[in-house]
Unconditional design. Structure first.
Length: 130
């Protein structure tokens, strides 16, 4: 998981702006694409509209294993203030939601706070290793 996150976020990597934290988690070939899509779409949006669009913006990506699930949390801060959640989902967000709920049988939630976006992804560990 660590290598996957670092690879996808490598165009944006700045040790002071992107902070990664999580245990070793094996990810099989079929799950890599879905997880990479989630990370890429979220990073692209952060670069256009969120924390990575501002010099003082910061992203924390944390993941942990609890019970039989992987919990991934993407948290932005220091970017432009968010007045309201988007009124409609774009193609990328729709694709992410379908990938997480369909292929990975997990869930994804977006929390649009004025201080920055937080994304919560929960995926059964068995979907990552089987």
């Amino acid at each position: 998981m660590d290598r996957l996150v670092q690879t996808v976020l490598s165009p944006y990597m700045d040790r002071e702006r992107i902070i990664l934290n999580g245990p070793a988690v094996s990810v099989n070939e079929s799950a890599v694409t879905s997880l990479a899509l989630i990370l890429h779409e979220t990073a692209t949006n952060a670069a256009k509209y969120g924390a990575l669009s501002a010099p003082e913006g910061c992203i924390h990506v944390d993941w942990t294993k609890r019970d039989a699930d992987l919990y991934l949390k993407w948290q932005e801060s220091g970017g432009p203030s968010i007045a309201d959640p988007p009124s409609a989902h774009g193609f990328g967000t729709t694709l992410v939601e379908r990938s997480v709920t369909g292929q990975l049988q997990g869930s994804v939630e977006y929390d649009w706070r004025p201080e920055g976006l937080t994304v919560h992804v929960v995926v059964p560990l068995e979907r990552l290793s089987s």
